[in-house]
Design a protein around this ligand. Sequence first.
Ligand SMILES: [Zn+2]
Length: 392
Amino acid sequence: MTDLDSIKIQRSYKFRCYPGSVQRQQLAVEFGHARWVWNQCLAWRSNLYQDVGEKVTAIDFSRELTFLKQLGTYDWLKEASACVLQQKLRDQDTAFRNFFAGRAKYPKFKKKLHGQSIRYQLDQRIVANLYRAGEFLKLPKLGELKLKWSRKPLGIPKMVTITKDCTGHYFASFTCEESIQPLPQKPSGIGVDLGLKDVVVTSSGWKSGNPRYLLTYRRQLTKTQRRLSRRVKGSQRWHCQRMRVANAHARVRNTRQDWLHKLSTTLIGQAGFIAMEDLNVKGMMANRRLAKSISDVGMDELKRQLEYKAKWTGCEWVQVDRWAPTSKTCSTCGTVQETIPLSVREWTCQDCQTVHDRDINAAKNILALATLGRRESDVRGGVHKLEADYAC
Ligand SMILES: [Zn+2]
C-alpha cells in the first residue's frame, strides 16, 4: 500500500495529570477566574440583548476586560493567564454560534461543583519548547505538568484542555492530526445482532456476553448515595461523600467504556465489513422497563465507536433496516416463521428442520441482507444504510 492511501484523522487523547500543590493553587485561580469571566460576559450580553436588543460578542467583552484589568478593583484578574480568559470568551462565542444555528441550548452559567475546564492555545512557533510527546507539557504560569503518558501521540496539538472532574482528578486532553494506514481490505463480512442477554452476537457464532456494570455496582452506588442524602448539604462531610458518589459513578463509566472499546476494536479487526441493525436506541429507551439495561450497555456509544473506527481502518460499516424480520427468518432456507417470542432462545425450522440459536440466526440474516445490498453499491471505509426494499 502506498503512502497516498493513508487517511488523515483527528485523534483525541486524554491523560491523567498530577499537578503539584503550587500548580493546583494556580489552577484553582485559573478555573475560578475563567468561570467569572464566562458568567460575567454571559450576563452582560444576555442583559444587553433583553434590554436594548443589542447583540455583542465576546470580543467586545474582551475589550472591556482589558479596561477592567487597569482599574484597581479588578486587579486580581491579572492572576490568571490572559490566554485562558481569552479562550473562555472565544468558547462562549462558539456556544452562542451553536445556539443560533439550532445545534445547542442557550449557554448556561458555570458552577463550581460541576466539572471545571480551561483551554490553552499552544503557540505553534515555539511548540517544540512546550510539548514533546511522551516527555513534557509546559503551560503558562504553571510550568511543566506531570502527565501519565499512557500512549505516545504522533501529531502536535494546537490546543490543550485541562479539566478537573467532580472526583477531583485532573486531566489534560487534546487532539492531534495524524495519518493512519487503513487495514488491508478483507472480502469477508460479519453480521452483528445487538441484544441485552449478549450485547453482541456475530454471525460466526461468537457471543460477547453482557457485563451489566450498573447491576454489579448497584449496591455500592445506592449505599453511597443514601449516605449523601443524610449529610448536611454544604458541610465538610457532605463534600467528602459527594466525592465518593462521583467516584462510584466514574468507576462504572470507566469499566464500561474500557469494555466497549475492546469490543469495538475486536469487531472491526475481524472482517472487511460489518453489518448491524439500525437500532433506534432512543425509541427503545422510551420503554421504562428496558431503559436502565439499555443505557447500562451503552449501545449508542458502541455505535459511535464502530462508526469512527470503521472510517479509520477502511472497514465498511453497513446498517440494515430495523424492520427487516431478521429474527424470524430461517437463515438456511429463507422461510419466514410466525413471530417467535423473545423467551424462545432456540427453535427448529418447520421446513428444513435446522435447529437455530435465535441470536446467531438473526446475525446471519443481517449479514445476508447486507451482502445483498452491497452488490448494488460499492462503498468502502464508510457508513451506509440499506432500506428494506427487498423481499425477505
Ligand atoms: Zn429453514
